[in-house]
Design a binder for this molecule. Structure first.
Ligand code: PLP
Length: 403
């Protein structure tokens, strides 16, 4: 089964419910650190420092040490935007960071991040002034020259920015065939320093080639006019595998940094050895034996064909565990993988343990981690959830632990 980022699956974003532990706790493993005021059963996200370091080194090798602009949007792909930036910033391969939301850019500066931050998202005039005052680089594709003049006049400094050119994704970016007036206007202003010029691939391998041709042709026509475009960049994780010719002056990956193959087929190449740097875990809150004919889940989604043990884990779609997980995802408990059954509700899911009582209250349940069989790509393969949904939809309120 192929599940690209383009696959969309519904996932709730409401806050998780407060869960109440049962008293049957004998024999549980309590060695993992627990942070109050969460229940010790609540889900937590682990961020693996060494895996992040490894993935960055791998990407750097792949791109012949070109600088890496680390995409850490959407709460650092679920890891916590400041956590990820703080872990990555000391690595010399990392040129800077890219986020979409203005508040994420500010929170990076608040957390003491000093490397360049590119804001991929929208802004009004006040937002732009605030961003520039905190050394946040705007990505520009509309006629904002006069706003930039005002801001530069106040600060007595030119404003560094990146220009985004749309070569066919049709999302943001000035269309390449109509880019000339904007680029010439920006280049002519003393208030502006063009520090970079970028595009985004559609990740359709054939059309990507045409997009890249458009980008190169557009850029070289400006350069022939004497316009300096700064660092040119286009390559996300997908391109690290598919388009070695598109690395340009800098690469712009997200998912590969977190050690996850954005397309499952990339796992079976030797191009990059990625180690998942994110895990989702929680503790079993209840284990019980269903009798033949008993049901589980809303709408009796599961019917026991025989007597069977099941375990309940306090992780549901409100935590970011997708509903579609009930279509084949497996959860690791005590080294074995157990299928998710019934339905994923807002705050719970249920796994089928089998005829024996192999799982007890308090056991750690791993939804995904770096082990074969429970990597995010494995979950994606089994149930159809995109790896982007598995990470980016994790509730920001879950505890994050750097390990
Ligand atoms: C403009 C842009 N560049 C780069 C990326 C990184 O993509 P990926 O996580 O697939 O490497 C994204 C994320 O979707 C993006 O929107």
């Amino acid at each position: 089964m192929k599940h690209s980022r383009r696959a969309f699956f519904e996932a709730g974003l409401a806050l998780p419910a407060v869960l109440h532990a049962t008293p049957e706790l004998a024999g549980a493993d309590w060695s993992a650190p627990v942070s109050s005021p969460d229940s010790s059963f609540d889900p937590w996200v682990e961020i693996h420092r060494e895996s992040l370091r490894h993935n960055v080194a791998e990407i750097s090798r792949r791109v012949s040490t070109r600088p890496i602009l680390a995409v850490i949007k959407n709460n650092g792909y679920g890891m916590g935007v400041a956590n990820v930036a703080q872990l990555l910033e000391p690595q010399s391969e990392i040129f800077g960071f890219a986020v979409v939301k203005l508040h994420e850019a500010f929170s990076l500066r608040d957390a003491g991040i000093r490397k360049p931050i590119l804001l991929l998202g929208p802004f009004d005039e006040q937002n732009l002034a605030d961003a520039v005052s905190r050394d946040i680089l705007p990505m520009v594709y509309t006629p904002v020259g006069s706003m930039l003049d005002k801001i530069a006049a106040k600060s007595q400094k030119s404003v560094p920015l990146h220009i985004c050119i749309d070569t066919g994704i049709g999302r943001v970016g000035v269309p390449y065939h109509r880019a000339a007036p904007l680029v010439r206007d920006l280049a002519s202003r003393k208030s502006v320093r063009i520090q970079g010029t970028m595009m985004t691939f559609t990740e359709d391998p054939d059309f990507d080639k045409e997009q890249f041709r458009r980008f190169n042709e557009t850029c070289s026509s400006f350069e022939k006019e004497g316009i300096a475009l700064g660092k040119k960049h286009a390559a996300s994780s997908f391109s690290l595998f598919q388009h070695a010719d598109s690395f340009l002056d800098m690469v712009r990956p997200g998912m590969a940094i977190y050690g996850i193959y954005s397309e499952n087929e990339f796992r079976h190449t030797n191009i990059l050895d990625l180690h998942p740097a994110i895990s989702l875990k929680a503790r079993v809150i209840y284990a019980k034996k269903l009798r033949k004919g008993d049901s589980a889940g809303y709408n009796r989604a599961y019917m026991a064909k025989d007597d069977v043990w099941v375990a309940t884990i306090p992780v549901g779609h409100a935590d970011g565990w997708p509903r579609v997980a009930a279509k084949g995802a497996k959860i690791r408990i005590n080294g074995d993988l157990y299928p998710v059954i019934a339905s994923v509700s807002a705050s719970h899911c249920i796994v089928e343990i089998g005829p024996e009582e192999k799982v007890k209250i308090g056991d750690v349940a791993t939804f995904f981690d770096a082990q074969p069989g429970s990597r995010p790509e494995d979950v994606s393969e089994c149930c159809g959830a995109s790896v982007y949904d598995l990470t980016m939809h994790l509730n920001p309120l879950l505890t994050r632990r750097v390990v």
